[in-house]
Design a protein around this ligand. Structure first.
Ligand SMILES: Cc1cc2nc3c(=O)[nH]c(=O)nc-3n(C[C@H](O)[C@H](O)[C@H](O)COP(=O)(O)OP(=O)(O)OC[C@H]3O[C@@H](n4cnc5c(N)ncnc54)[C@H](O)[C@@H]3O)c2cc1C
Length: 421
């Protein structure tokens, strides 16, 4: 594993130019990798500042391993981050089970603990490192408006200010509602996902301060997750089921949360009721594009496969997409073994990227759906919730085992992946 300081920039080998649209985890990490390897990259981001956009932050061992391979472990140390101590599951006010971090599979500790890394600062650091290369250009506050085509091949993008930029390859990493995916005529097969998320930021206070535990709480057919973020604030995500007709904007949330909580947590919500800010609603999209590329054009990250927030997979998959893509593209974009960059070879590499990444994405989304289905069962069958809470010490053991079985691939990744370029 390469966990050293960032690689020095290689000198540009020839004139291949890649445009990456969207500087989220996928786009920023890929643009940096390509720039460090001497490829000319223009990274274009619609927002002026990452601080204003909500970003998930939980990284599993597979994401941390990808970070190490990209030479970014030391960078994580320079931005706000916080490890998780444990996961605890509460049902109808009773603790069902607890699992400590780092998780232990078959007696062997596997990987570092789940770590919360502040994405705005991390993305800024990636861009700063790429910026040290002459081959890299970053255009913030610059929305891309459309693709530019020539003889059924994407040859560039048009910007909001009317400028046109040309490139050998355009990579759209513009997130789950990817406009460029639509502009390229690529489709998204939506996978059913029964919940949106209401997101609360809360003051850290006793008794939650001692440990950073991800508390998953289920009661009366509702559920929420609570943990401490990398900035030391508590973050709470309430699953808002589609068809739930509550007026979430006017709810007395401290009281609603207290009613769903074990006594010690209910006391926290009531004592800190005056600090509550209204929640933000996130619509969750989950799906997969059947086709990820067109000649001269590739979609990646959430643009190709928007992930459910369940068990924090999206950023981990984003970094793993970047590694697989660099493995395929660096040789062809640097013209290794060729006199000039060959468009046919680039397009073949795009197909190979999808073929390599798709199996892991399919399995991770299936495991996330399994997690959600378990929650839905508890939500829909009060008898199950009653039984689980009444016999928590015994039932909890079995549920813990089945939960741990699903976590292994979700934490470690489904396929082996190594940065080879
Ligand atoms: C509530 C919630 C919580 C989550 N928590 C976690 C978590 O803890 N851990 C985890 O691993 N995943 C989490 N996820 C998922 C994760 O956020 C995504 O999977 C991940 O951000 C995808 O990265 P991306 O770079 O592909 O896309 P994004 O992060 O969406 O980045 C896309 C970028 O493209 C830019 N952009 C869009 N359109 C244009 C345009 N036309 N021109 C230029 N730029 C453009 C956007 O401004 C944005 O910066 C969560 C998701 C949700 C909804």
């Amino acid at each position: 594993m390469n966990s050293a300081a960032p690689d020095p920039c290689l000198s540009p080998s020839q004139a291949a130019h890649v445009i990456v649209v969207g500087a989220g985890p996928t786009g920023a990490s890929l643009a940096r990798l390509l720039a460090l390897r001497g490829i000319r990259v223009t990274l274009i981001e619609a927002s002026r500042s990452f601080q204003r956009i909500f970003r998930g932050q939980a990284l599993m061992p597979s994401g941390l391993e990808a970070i190490a391979q990209m030479g970014l472990s030391a960078t994580v140390e320079t931005v706000p981050h916080e490890t998780l101590d444990a996961w605890e599951f509460w049902i109808e006010g009773k603790r069902l089970f607890r699992v400590n971090e780092p998780m232990n599979f078959s007696g062997a500790a596997t990987g570092p603990p789940c770590t919360l890394v502040s994405q705005p600062e991390f993305l800024d650091a990636l861009i700063q490192q790429a910026d040290a290369c002459d081959t890299f250009e970053f255009l913030p506050a610059t929305p891309v408006r459309d693709l530019v085509w020539e003889q059924q091949r994407v040859v560039g993008v048009s910007l909001g200010d009317g400028r046109i930029l040309n490139a050998d390859l355009v990579i759209a990493t513009d997130g789950r509602n990817s406009m460029l995916r639509d502009k390229a005529g690529l489709t998204l097969d939506s996978l059913s996902h029964a919940i949106d998320i209401l997101w609360f930021s809360l003051e850290d206070a006793p008794p939650l301060r001692d440990e950073n535990v991800f508390h998953a709480v289920v009661k009366h057919g509702n559920s929420f997750g609570l943990f401490r973020s990398s900035q030391g604030q508590l973050q709470l995500g309430w699953g808002l089921h589609r068809g739930d007709d509550r007026n979430w904007k006017t709810e007395d949330w401290p009281e609603v949360l207290a009613e769903h909580s074990p006594d010690w947590l209910a006391a926290y919500f009531r004592q800190n009721a005056s600090c509550f800010q209204p929640p933000v609603k996130f619509s969750v999209t989950v799906g997969r594009a059947p086709q990820w590329s067109k000649p001269g054009f590739l979609i990646l990250g959430d643009a190709a496969h928007p992930m459910s927030p369940i068990r924090a997979q999206g950023i981990n998959m984003a970094f793993r997409d970047a590694i697989a893509t660099a493995n395929h593209l660096v040789p062809v974009l640097t013209g290794q073994g060729q006199a000039a960059v060959d468009q046919t070879v680039i397009d073949q590499a795009l197909d190979a990227i999808q073929a390599e990444r798709e199996p892991e994405i399919i399995q991770a989304q299936a495991l996330q759906a399994e997690e959600l289905a378990q929650g839905e069962k508890l939500r829909n069958y009060p008898i199950l919730r009653w039984g689980a809470s009444r016999f928590a010490p015994i039932v909890g053991l079995g549920v813990r085992q089945s939960w741990l079985r699903r976590q292994r691939p979700l934490r470690l990744g489904v396929v082996p992946l190594t940065l080879e370029v």
